[in-house]
Every structure is written in C-alpha cells, then in structure tokens.
Design a protein around this ligand. Structure first.
Ligand SMILES: [Zn+2]
Length: 193
C-alpha cells in the first residue's frame, strides 16, 4: 500500500479515455515546472477562455452538479473546487463566483468568505488525509504563473513528506478522473460544520 504508482497503474492511466479540459475547472500552468505527465494524459489541450461564461472553467463549474463540476463546497459568494490538474490529491481551489482577476477586485464580503472557505478547506484536508503541511496562495497574472489568470483562484495544496502516501492508493487502480471524484467526495464528507 502507498508508495509510487506501479507500472500497471501507469499503463492503465495512459489508456484512460481523454476528457475535455473545458468540462472541468482547473488551473493548468501553476505547477508547470514540475513535469508530471500523469496529470496530462486525460486532457485534450483545450485552453480556457479569458472571457466570463462557459469558456471560463471557474464560471462554468458552479452550474454543474457537485460531482460533475468537482465542487467540494458552495458558499454564498465563493466556492471550492478540486483542481483538474492536481499537484497532489486534494489540491483545491477557492474561487469567487464573480469573474474577477485580481485579489484586489474582491469586495469585502467576498474576501471574508474567500478566507473562510480557505480555512475550511485546510480543516477538511486535515481531517480527511492528515497532510504534513500545505502550500496556500494565488498566482496573480500570467507572469506569476497563473493558468487561468482572468478568474481569481486560491490554491490549497496538501503536502506529505515525499508526497506519495496520500489519500490511499486509489491512484494505483483508477484513472485520474475517478480518483478526483473519490477525493472530492471524501473532502465533502470531511467538510467542517
Ligand atoms: Zn470566470
């Protein structure tokens, strides 16, 4: 149990049917320096739009069901979604519903809920998967590495030593979209309050 994926798991992942990136929320470029081909096999290469609406993954996700949109929690002004391009299982994004690009664009009530949902995400991850640490933050603008720079999102990435013994081993037996749904439902079940 645990540890790196086996060769069989990698083969089965490679044979997974590609899914349209536009059907999920995600931020493709934030961790581009870390080349992780297993994250890319099911992406067909669609680039997200900078316009608000269906072409923007963070505008489109809330209109879907939680399972279809990979949504973990919905607030009044902001929501939490799993990243389609996870650096680690449980890599979540906190987004305002409004299509705004900058942290400074958030209204005071949006900022309050953005912060509260960030806290709740960390709490849920601690409860669901006992990470040893977190990376939390925003990439503002393409120059800073934002994959979808037009729609603000805060990354919460759980970290483990070696980053391999995570939300156990389902990665070895299921293709990544199924893994994402397992992680999503676990996080939703662990959501505080
Ligand atoms: Zn948007």
């Amino acid at each position: 149990m645990g540890g790196a994926p086996t060769a069989n798991a990698l083969r089965s992942t490679a044979m997974a049917t590609p899914e349209r990136a536009a059907d999920f929320a995600g931020s493709p470029d934030a961790f581009e320096r870390l080349w992780t081909p297993h994250r890319m096999v099911y992406i067909d290469g669609d680039r997200p739009s900078a316009e608000a609406g269906e072409g923007c993954p963070f505008c489109a996700a809330p209109a879907r069901t939680d399972a279809e949109g990979l949504i973990v929690a919905r607030g009044r002004l902001c929501y939490v979604v799993l990243n389609l391009y996870p650096y680690n299982p449980g890599h979540a994004l906190i987004c305002p519903y409004r299509h705004v690009a900058r942290y400074l664009d958030l209204t005071a009530p949006e900022l309050e809920e953005f912060t509260e949902l960030t806290r709740a995400t960390i709490q849920a991850l601690e409860s669901a998967s006992s990470p040893m640490g977190f990376n939390v933050g925003m990439n503002q603008g393409a120059v800073a590495g934002a994959g979808v720079q037009a729609h603000l999102h805060q990354h919460v990435v759980p970290r483990w030593g070696g980053d391999s013994n995570f939300l156990p081993v389902i990665a070895q037996t299921k293709a990544l979209p199924a893994l994402l749904e397992d992680v999503r439902s676990r996080l939703q079940a662990a959501w505080p309050g």
